[in-house]
Design a protein around this ligand. Structure first.
Ligand SMILES: [Zn+2]
Length: 220
Protein backbone atom coordinates (compact mmCIF):
# COMPACT_ATOMS: atom_id res chain seq x y z
CA UNK A 1 0.00 0.00 0.00
CA UNK A 2 2.78 2.36 1.01
CA UNK A 3 4.64 1.59 -2.24
CA UNK A 4 1.55 2.35 -4.33
CA UNK A 5 1.11 5.66 -2.50
CA UNK A 6 4.73 6.60 -3.23
CA UNK A 7 4.29 5.68 -6.86
CA UNK A 8 1.20 7.86 -7.02
CA UNK A 9 3.08 10.76 -5.42
CA UNK A 10 5.94 10.30 -7.86
CA UNK A 11 3.42 10.35 -10.69
CA UNK A 12 1.96 13.63 -9.42
CA UNK A 13 5.45 15.11 -9.14
CA UNK A 14 6.20 14.05 -12.72
CA UNK A 15 2.95 15.57 -13.92
CA UNK A 16 3.89 18.84 -12.22
CA UNK A 17 7.32 18.81 -13.83
CA UNK A 18 5.77 18.17 -17.24
CA UNK A 19 3.31 21.02 -16.81
CA UNK A 20 6.02 23.42 -15.73
CA UNK A 21 8.61 22.66 -18.38
CA UNK A 22 6.69 23.87 -21.43
CA UNK A 23 5.44 26.86 -19.45
CA UNK A 24 8.93 28.33 -19.00
CA UNK A 25 9.89 27.86 -22.65
CA UNK A 26 6.57 29.43 -23.66
CA UNK A 27 7.50 32.49 -21.55
CA UNK A 28 10.71 32.88 -23.57
CA UNK A 29 8.98 32.60 -26.93
CA UNK A 30 6.41 35.25 -25.99
CA UNK A 31 9.07 37.98 -25.58
CA UNK A 32 7.69 41.08 -27.29
CA UNK A 33 8.51 41.57 -30.97
CA UNK A 34 10.65 44.68 -31.17
CA UNK A 35 11.43 47.14 -33.94
CA UNK A 36 14.28 49.63 -33.70
CA UNK A 37 13.49 52.70 -35.81
CA UNK A 38 16.48 54.97 -36.45
CA UNK A 39 15.46 58.31 -37.88
CA UNK A 40 17.77 60.26 -40.20
CA UNK A 41 21.13 59.30 -38.66
CA UNK A 42 22.86 61.03 -41.59
CA UNK A 43 26.13 62.98 -41.81
CA UNK A 44 24.55 66.29 -42.78
CA UNK A 45 22.55 66.28 -39.51
CA UNK A 46 25.63 65.29 -37.47
CA UNK A 47 28.73 66.95 -38.93
CA UNK A 48 27.44 68.47 -42.17
CA UNK A 49 25.41 71.39 -43.50
CA UNK A 50 22.54 71.05 -40.98
CA UNK A 51 24.48 69.70 -38.02
CA UNK A 52 22.50 69.41 -34.78
CA UNK A 53 24.47 70.66 -31.76
CA UNK A 54 25.95 67.75 -29.81
CA UNK A 55 24.84 65.20 -32.41
CA UNK A 56 28.21 63.40 -32.83
CA UNK A 57 28.31 62.48 -29.12
CA UNK A 58 24.63 61.51 -29.01
CA UNK A 59 24.91 59.37 -32.16
CA UNK A 60 28.13 57.71 -30.95
CA UNK A 61 26.31 56.80 -27.74
CA UNK A 62 23.44 55.47 -29.85
CA UNK A 63 25.97 53.27 -31.67
CA UNK A 64 27.20 52.07 -28.26
CA UNK A 65 23.65 51.30 -27.15
CA UNK A 66 22.92 49.27 -30.30
CA UNK A 67 26.22 47.38 -30.02
CA UNK A 68 25.54 46.33 -26.42
CA UNK A 69 22.00 45.05 -27.05
CA UNK A 70 21.85 41.24 -27.18
CA UNK A 71 21.56 39.58 -30.59
CA UNK A 72 17.92 38.90 -31.34
CA UNK A 73 16.62 41.68 -29.09
CA UNK A 74 15.24 43.48 -32.15
CA UNK A 75 13.15 41.52 -34.62
CA UNK A 76 13.71 44.30 -37.15
CA UNK A 77 15.84 47.41 -37.53
CA UNK A 78 14.74 50.11 -39.95
CA UNK A 79 16.68 53.26 -40.80
CA UNK A 80 15.08 56.30 -42.38
CA UNK A 81 16.85 58.89 -44.54
CA UNK A 82 16.20 62.31 -46.02
CA UNK A 83 16.84 61.82 -49.74
CA UNK A 84 16.52 65.15 -51.50
CA UNK A 85 17.08 66.17 -55.10
CA UNK A 86 19.69 68.98 -55.36
CA UNK A 87 16.99 71.60 -56.01
CA UNK A 88 14.62 70.55 -53.26
CA UNK A 89 11.96 73.09 -52.26
CA UNK A 90 12.94 72.89 -48.56
CA UNK A 91 16.35 74.43 -49.38
CA UNK A 92 16.85 78.18 -48.89
CA UNK A 93 17.95 78.65 -52.50
CA UNK A 94 14.62 77.21 -53.65
CA UNK A 95 12.27 79.02 -51.27
CA UNK A 96 12.59 76.77 -48.23
CA UNK A 97 13.91 77.34 -44.69
CA UNK A 98 16.85 74.90 -44.55
CA UNK A 99 20.36 74.95 -45.95
CA UNK A 100 20.89 72.30 -48.64
CA UNK A 101 21.19 68.90 -46.93
CA UNK A 102 21.03 65.16 -47.55
CA UNK A 103 21.22 65.51 -51.33
CA UNK A 104 20.84 62.15 -53.03
CA UNK A 105 24.09 60.24 -53.60
CA UNK A 106 26.25 62.60 -51.53
CA UNK A 107 28.37 61.85 -48.47
CA UNK A 108 26.07 64.10 -46.39
CA UNK A 109 23.09 61.87 -47.12
CA UNK A 110 24.83 58.66 -46.04
CA UNK A 111 24.22 56.96 -42.71
CA UNK A 112 26.67 57.82 -39.89
CA UNK A 113 29.30 55.10 -39.86
CA UNK A 114 29.40 54.11 -36.17
CA UNK A 115 25.63 53.66 -36.09
CA UNK A 116 25.54 51.85 -39.45
CA UNK A 117 28.29 49.45 -38.29
CA UNK A 118 26.36 48.76 -35.07
CA UNK A 119 23.15 48.08 -37.01
CA UNK A 120 24.96 45.70 -39.39
CA UNK A 121 26.15 43.62 -36.44
CA UNK A 122 22.51 42.81 -35.72
CA UNK A 123 21.05 42.85 -39.22
CA UNK A 124 23.23 43.15 -42.34
CA UNK A 125 20.03 43.50 -44.39
CA UNK A 126 18.47 46.33 -42.34
CA UNK A 127 16.59 48.51 -44.83
CA UNK A 128 16.87 52.27 -45.34
CA UNK A 129 13.53 53.92 -46.09
CA UNK A 130 13.73 57.30 -47.84
CA UNK A 131 11.64 60.47 -47.80
CA UNK A 132 11.81 63.94 -49.29
CA UNK A 133 12.53 62.51 -52.74
CA UNK A 134 9.85 64.66 -54.36
CA UNK A 135 11.23 68.12 -55.14
CA UNK A 136 7.97 69.87 -54.26
CA UNK A 137 7.24 68.23 -50.90
CA UNK A 138 9.10 68.18 -47.57
CA UNK A 139 8.55 65.10 -45.47
CA UNK A 140 9.72 65.25 -41.86
CA UNK A 141 7.92 62.05 -40.93
CA UNK A 142 8.78 58.78 -42.67
CA UNK A 143 5.04 58.10 -42.78
CA UNK A 144 4.57 61.27 -44.87
CA UNK A 145 6.23 59.40 -47.73
CA UNK A 146 3.64 57.08 -49.21
CA UNK A 147 5.98 54.35 -50.45
CA UNK A 148 8.05 54.25 -47.23
CA UNK A 149 4.95 54.41 -45.03
CA UNK A 150 3.54 51.40 -46.83
CA UNK A 151 6.76 49.43 -46.27
CA UNK A 152 7.09 50.38 -42.60
CA UNK A 153 3.45 49.69 -41.70
CA UNK A 154 3.56 46.37 -43.58
CA UNK A 155 6.70 45.35 -41.67
CA UNK A 156 5.07 46.22 -38.32
CA UNK A 157 2.05 44.14 -39.32
CA UNK A 158 3.87 41.15 -40.84
CA UNK A 159 6.38 40.77 -38.00
CA UNK A 160 3.72 41.33 -35.34
CA UNK A 161 5.76 44.17 -33.83
CA UNK A 162 4.67 45.02 -30.27
CA UNK A 163 7.34 47.55 -29.28
CA UNK A 164 8.83 50.29 -31.48
CA UNK A 165 12.05 51.83 -30.10
CA UNK A 166 12.73 55.22 -31.68
CA UNK A 167 16.00 57.20 -31.79
CA UNK A 168 17.84 59.55 -34.15
CA UNK A 169 17.62 63.12 -35.39
CA UNK A 170 16.03 65.31 -34.57
CA UNK A 171 13.45 65.29 -31.83
CA UNK A 172 11.70 68.50 -32.83
CA UNK A 173 11.33 67.62 -36.53
CA UNK A 174 11.78 64.21 -38.12
CA UNK A 175 11.76 62.04 -34.99
CA UNK A 176 8.86 63.97 -33.44
CA UNK A 177 6.77 63.94 -36.61
CA UNK A 178 7.43 60.25 -37.25
CA UNK A 179 6.30 59.51 -33.68
CA UNK A 180 3.14 61.63 -34.10
CA UNK A 181 2.28 59.79 -37.33
CA UNK A 182 2.86 56.39 -35.70
CA UNK A 183 0.48 57.45 -32.93
CA UNK A 184 -2.08 58.53 -35.56
CA UNK A 185 -1.66 55.14 -37.27
CA UNK A 186 -2.67 53.44 -34.03
CA UNK A 187 0.79 52.41 -32.80
CA UNK A 188 1.17 54.84 -29.89
CA UNK A 189 1.06 52.12 -27.24
CA UNK A 190 4.00 50.37 -28.93
CA UNK A 191 6.32 53.38 -28.94
CA UNK A 192 9.35 53.45 -26.65
CA UNK A 193 11.16 56.78 -27.02
CA UNK A 194 14.92 56.41 -26.56
CA UNK A 195 15.29 60.04 -25.40
CA UNK A 196 18.99 59.63 -24.55
CA UNK A 197 19.72 58.79 -28.15
CA UNK A 198 17.78 61.58 -29.82
CA UNK A 199 19.39 64.91 -30.78
CA UNK A 200 17.29 68.08 -30.81
CA UNK A 201 17.62 71.47 -32.51
CA UNK A 202 15.71 73.04 -29.61
CA UNK A 203 16.38 72.15 -25.97
CA UNK A 204 14.20 69.04 -26.15
CA UNK A 205 10.98 70.89 -25.27
CA UNK A 206 9.14 69.86 -28.44
CA UNK A 207 9.91 66.16 -28.01
CA UNK A 208 9.00 66.26 -24.30
CA UNK A 209 5.65 67.84 -25.12
CA UNK A 210 4.93 65.16 -27.77
CA UNK A 211 5.75 62.46 -25.20
CA UNK A 212 3.50 64.11 -22.60
CA UNK A 213 0.62 64.81 -24.99
CA UNK A 214 0.42 61.22 -26.19
CA UNK A 215 1.42 59.66 -22.88
CA UNK A 216 4.26 57.75 -24.55
CA UNK A 217 6.66 55.39 -22.84
CA UNK A 218 10.31 56.42 -22.57
CA UNK A 219 13.01 53.73 -22.70
CA UNK A 220 16.63 53.75 -21.55
ZN1 LIG B 1 15.25 67.46 -45.36
Amino acid sequence: MKAIKMLLLAGVAMLCACQHAPKSSATQSTAPKRLLLLVDVQYDFITGSLAVAGAPAVMDSLAGYITTQPQGKFDAIVMTADHHPADHSSFKDYGGIWPAHCVQNTEGASIYKSVLDAVKQHDPQAPILTKGDNVAVDEYSILANEASAKKLLALIEEKGIQEIYVAGLCGDYCVGNSIKDLVAAGHGDKIRVLTRYIGNIDDGTTLRSIIAEHNLQVAE
